[in-house]
Write a protein that binds this ligand. Structure first.
Ligand SMILES: [Zn+2]
Length: 360
């Protein structure tokens, strides 16, 4: 925790010092062009350049440390992040731009020569361009830290918690199914209703469709963290965390289709999928990696392998788990929206419905 904080602080400090250094170098070179007779301007440019050099070294060391040691996120998370790759490309441009000024300024230092006015002008412009690029890098970094777009399923409508009546009706459905001589869990296509309010029929439908996404986990042994506070109380969890070793296979909880394979700061690698009725968005987060060949439009059969448990995103490295969420959706095209439903009672009822037929 201390290392993590210190590295983040030093990384930011290096950015600020570097920006100030390269700006000072540019300003001093402008002064030198205006007053070529004044040797102090070049000396100030060299001081600015020294700060820029020290800051760049600190910036690279702390950045690589955070990347390789995975103090914030796992390395695979960064490599999969578009924002991060964009940031790295900008960094490489700054690095490439700096090669010539760096060697030229080294020559000035060594030979104590009066610098050539044309070179002074060029390095002045390069310094300002680098300043602008470093400012853009800072912007991209801030965007990355803010989740860069959508995060977890965010409720757009007020949360409707399941009334006990709805749960009763689920259990009744579950019970009647379990006593039937032959259990056929056919998935009937139901037209989307264009609303995200949760009815007892909806709960019965999703219960009928769903199965536990991880093998050999009994949902009755889990406890609900649906209403737990997150983000310092700013929002609620609205999902079920299922602890499981890294690399545990994750199976599609329902038949349907993949809507979006998404990566966010909070959720890490995520799958958003629609059930077969297209009324629900089912979300799986913190995946270590996806199943091979899974794409944004894969058709899913219940039980199909979709990925593996991990700790990407805002999850502790030491506590890999599946963050599993269900949302009632007015239109699954908007895969990041919906009205969250506590997955645990649904999974428990589904397990009751699917249990082996007992003679009673
Ligand atoms: Zn979670």
């Amino acid at each position: 925790m201390i290392t993590r904080l210190a590295l983040a602080w030093l990384h930011l400090l290096a950015l600020v010092c570097g920006l100030a250094g390269v700006w000072a170098r540019g300003r001093a070179l402008s002064d030198s062009l205006r007053h070529p007779e004044d040797p102090r301007a070049i000396r100030r440019a060299l001081v600015g350049d020294t700060w820029w050099g020290i800051a760049a070294a600190a910036w690279i060391v702390t950045g690589l440390w955070r990347l390789i040691a995975g103090t914030e996120k796992s390395t695979s998370y960064y490599v999969a992040s578009h924002a991060f790759l964009f940031k790295m490309s900008l960094f490489l441009v700054v690095f490439a731009l700096e090669i010539w000024p760096m060697t030229t300024l080294m020559r000035w230092r060594r030979k104590k020569l009066q610098p050539d006015a044309r070179d002074v002008g060029r390095i002045e412009i390069i310094s300002y361009v680098e300043c602008a690029l470093v400012a853009i890098i800072a912007l991209v970094a801030v965007a990355m830290a803010r989740g860069y777009g959508a995060g977890f399923v965010a409720p757009q409508a007020p949360v409707v918690s399941l009334a006990s009546g709805a749960i009763d009706s689920v259990l009744k459905v579950a019970d009647s199914v379990s006593r039937a001589p032959v259990v056929v869990r056919a998935v009937l296509p139901v037209p989307p209703s264009g609303t995200d309010s949760v009815t007892a029929d909806d709960v019965a439908l999703i219960t009928h469709e769903i199965a536990m996404p991880l093998d050999s986990i009994d949902p009755t042994t889990l406890h609900s963290s649906f209403n737990d506070p997150r983000a310092g109380g700013l929002r609620q969890h609205h999902a079920l965390d299922i602890m499981s070793p890294r690399g545990t296979p994750i199976h599609s909880a329902a038949s349907g289709r993949v809507l979006k394979l998404f990566t966010s700061i909070d959720g890490g690698l995520m799958v958003h999928a629609a059930d077969s009725s297209e009324r629900f968005v089912i979300m799986y987060a913190h995946l270590d990696h996806y199943a091979p060949e899974l794409t944004d439009s894969t058709r899913l059969v219940r039980g199909q392998l979709i990925g593996f448990v991990g700790s990407t995103g805002n999850a502790s490295e030491n506590a890999p788990h599946l963050h599993f969420a269900i949302a009632r959706s007015a239109d699954v095209k908007h895969w990041s929206r919906g009205n969250p439903i506590d997955p645990l009672p649904v999974l428990v009822a589904a397990q009751l419905a699917a249990r082996p037929i007992s003679l009673r």
